[in-house]
Design a binder for this molecule. Structure first.
Ligand SMILES: Cc1cc2nc3c(=O)[nH]c(=O)nc-3n(C[C@H](O)[C@H](O)[C@H](O)COP(=O)(O)O)c2cc1C
Length: 418
């Protein structure tokens, strides 16, 4: 097991991203793997989602054009004491405890991966941040989860009622990690706008965060109630220019993001449920078909990455598309097979597909890496919405395998972390 980060200096770009945080607020200045600027204020991000926002979903969201992707919330005590393992074949990094995976990620997503932490304790938060920062682009504090287990323990939306503790946790995280690793937090609105404004000012005044995501609902509000986007404009103004504000709530894709940016003046938008239903929703032309494109691609990628079947099955069961290519009967047959299968192989047999049908995940991963590198190189600093990688934007729904060759830099990175 190893928690020591590889010793490569941050790039000049990485240094640029951390200038907003004064050095007296930041932690040790150890070097790390090559970091790129973290564009919180550009494009559309994938929201943190327990169970649904796992590694294959995040990779496909990035391929479709998501700028940044959040991990599902992981509680501080879960990450503390984990062993870090790297699969020498695929490069997959797993934080594991008591033989159970706590968090799984891939070096391909690392420059755009934000780790979301659940915590009610500054010391534990700092300890967890120190362990995980080596493998992620940034660290986010969950201050919005309204679930009983979270609030009861003083975490999630519980922190909205104790802003001093919330700020103390942010300060502790900031002080525990190098300045090139940005910190953010995700909140819900409070019932009163005045209280919300005072809360966000207090958070911004800590000088510890680069980004604030605002889920435009209050903790008791259900997801079926419309997000209160009309309240965000004042919040953006009161936070000022130093902190990027990201809107969250009711965005369903590229076009809807454009409208939300205009209405709220937020710098970027974050999507949860629409991406849970179809992670290709980030594409400017709308999501690709679930059965003929997304599901085979997801299964191939997940199988190559050795992603555990139970989570793959759960995610596949959520996928849908607005205008399904298969008829109603065909869709039902696919869903029935997913529900009945106990393994990747069983699913292939239930679908009646040939032996090699689930092969090709390695090429899909290489294609995603290739697309992200191309996007990174061409990323316009002043762009509002990012565009998907060329691999996906030029593909038809029937060409599910991206022929891009493995990237030698990726191969070297994988070798470096093993
Ligand atoms: C399945 C699921 C899991 C979620 N898990 C988290 C989580 O781990 N952390 C968090 O801050 N929010 C979580 N959320 C809330 C979303 O990130 C988001 O704030 C909310 O769904 C509103 O966005 P939407 O209207 O795009 O769905 C979750 C939502 C869903 C649907």
């Amino acid at each position: 097991m190893r928690h020591t980060p590889p010793t490569r200096s941050p790039t000049p770009d990485a240094k640029r991203t951390c200038t907003e945080i004064p050095s007296d607020k930041a932690g040790p200045s150890t070097s790390s793997w090559t970091r790129h600027p973290v564009h919180y204020g550009k494009g559309i991000h994938l929201a943190p989602m327990v169970r649904s926002g796992t590694m294959p979903t995040r990779l496909l969201a990035l391929e479709a054009g998501a700028e940044l992707v959040w991990t599902p919330e992981t509680v501080d005590r879960a990450i503390i004491g984990c062993e870090r393992r790297v699969d020498p074949k695929t490069g997959v990094i797993t934080y594991i405890k008591s033989h159970k995976p706590v968090l799984t990620l891939h070096p391909v997503e690392r420059p755009r991966l934000i780790f979301q932490l659940g915590s009610a304790n500054p010391d534990l938060a700092a300890e967890a941040a120190k362990i995980i920062y080596q493998d992620v682009a940034g660290i986010d504090l969950n201050c919005g989860c309204p679930k009983h287990f979270s609030v009861h323990a003083g975490m999630g939306a519980g922190l909205l009622l104790d802003p001093d503790k919330l700020c103390a946790i942010l300060q502790a995280i900031r002080a525990s990690i190098p300045p090139e690793v940005p910190v953010s937090c995700k909140i819900r609105m409070l019932p009163s706008q005045e209280d919300t404004l005072s809360l966000v000012r207090q958070i911004a005044d800590t000088g510890t965060i680069n980004c604030l995501t605002v889920h435009c609902r209050t903790p008791p509000m259900r997801d079926r109630e419309p997000a209160m986007k009309h309240r965000l404009k004042d919040i953006v103004q009161s936070v000022g220019k130093k902190v990027v504000v990201v809107e969250n709530g009711d965005c369903v894709g590229y076009e809807s993001a454009q409208q939300i940016l205009q209405q709220t003046t937020a710098r970027a938008v974050m999507i949860a449920r629409a991406a849970e239903a179809n992670p290709t929703c980030f594409l400017p032309d709308g999501p690709k078909d679930a059965e003929t494109y997304l599901i085979p691609r997801y299964v191939r990628l997940a199988k190559y990455l050795d992603h555990h079947w139970s989570n793959t099955k759960f995610c596949l069961a959520q996928f849908t598309s607005p205008d399904p290519h298969l008829g109603k009967h065909g869709r039902l047959e696919w869903k029935k097979a997913i529900n009945g299968a106990k393994s990747y192989e069983e699913l292939r047999l239930l679908w009646g597909k040939e032996a090699g049908f689930f092969e090709g995940g390695e090429e899909i991963l290489a294609g995603i890496q290739h697309a992200l590198r191309a996007r990174g190189r061409s990323a316009p600093e002043l762009g509002v919405l990012s565009t998907p990688g060329p691999a996906l934007s030029q593909q038809s729904a029937s060409s599910v395998i991206d022929p891009a060759p493995p990237d030698p830099i990726l191969v070297r990175e994988i070798q470096a972390v093993v």
